[in-house]
Design a protein around this ligand. Structure first.
Ligand SMILES: Nc1ncnc2c1ncn2[C@@H]1O[C@H](COP(=O)(O)OP(=O)(O)O)[C@@H](O)[C@H]1O
Ligand SMILES: [Mg+2]
Length: 235
């Protein structure tokens, strides 16, 4: 479904991604792990089309999408839950959710998608008329995930969804992600919280200084001393 080869991404003068390659098959849950500053968010941004690729390939459903406009990628079924949630704090929960329905293909399905999101996160149905900043961190994360779901994505890119979320709410968010996976959504999950990420993914890549340096199934990685050395005690 997604195939990245030798991706290079620059932020102005600064090269953030030197050589990232990864694959995500339809229906998989794949992790992208690495320390702060490794290039995880930049990789997700390049997939969505927020950042330009200076080199390499990003193929989605066999089409080259590196440097394609983000709105086109969202139309094609990719959605990003950004780092730090990026909600409009002074807007109502429901209005924040509706912001996710900006692609033309999503506009006819607002009511249906809101219903689906409220079934997934019942607390948001209750709080839909409150301002986003009145919600807890975990509930705001649910809004950010819900907003991404408003475009009916097939590939969901999640950027540190568990950061600043209380453990009991992490369980709730995880359960919702499991339900989405059961419905056929494909996941690329970025996390620094390695233990939580490993609960959810089947397979993961490790990124270091803008390069993918390790890859494997959950079992392979957890049994790999290099992986343990990199991450044991990191979170
Ligand atoms: N918008 C930006 N402008 C300039 N530099 C950036 C920008 N975003 C990230 N960087 C830099 O790119 C590198 C990778 O950052 P990032 O992709 O955010 O890493 P991660 O998500 O793994 O923490 C870091 O050195 C960071 O400082
Ligand atoms: Mg990041």
């Amino acid at each position: 479904m997604l195939e990245i080869r030798n991706l290079v991404v620059d932020h102005g003068e600064l090269r953030a991604i030197w050589d990232v390659s990864l694959d995500v098959e339809a229906g998989e849950r794949v992790g992208l792990l690495g320390a702060n500053g490794a290039g995880k968010s930049t990789t997700l941004g390049a997939i969505l089309g927020i950042y330009k690729a200076s080199g390499g390939h990003i193929r989605y459903k066999s089409a080259e999408i590196a440097n394609r406009e983000a709105v086109q990628n969202v139309e094609a079924g990719i959605a990003l839950v950004p780092e730090g949630r990026q909600l409009f704090p002074e807007m109502k929960v429901r209005e924040n959710l509706e912001m996710g329905a900006y692609p033309r293909s999503a506009r006819g399905k607002v009511a249906e998608n809101l219903d689906r999101i409220f079934d997934l996160f019942p607390i948001l149905r209750e709080k839909q008329n409150q301002n986003a900043n009145e919600l807890s961190g975990g509930q705001q994360q649910m809004v950010a995930i819900g907003r991404a779901l408003m475009s009916s994505p097939q590939l969901l890119l999640l950027d540190e969804p568990f950061l600043g979320v209380a453990p009991v709410i992490i369980e709730e968010v995880m359960a919702a992600l499991n339900r989405l996976a059961d419905q056929g959504v494909t996941f690329l999950l970025v996390e620094q919280n390695i233990h939580r990420a490993m609960e959810f993914v089947e397979r993961a890549y490790v990124i270091e200084n803008g390069r993918t340096v390790l890859a494997g199934s959950k079992q392979q990685l957890l049994g790999d001393p290099e992986f343990s050395n990199k991450f044991l005690g990191l979170d």
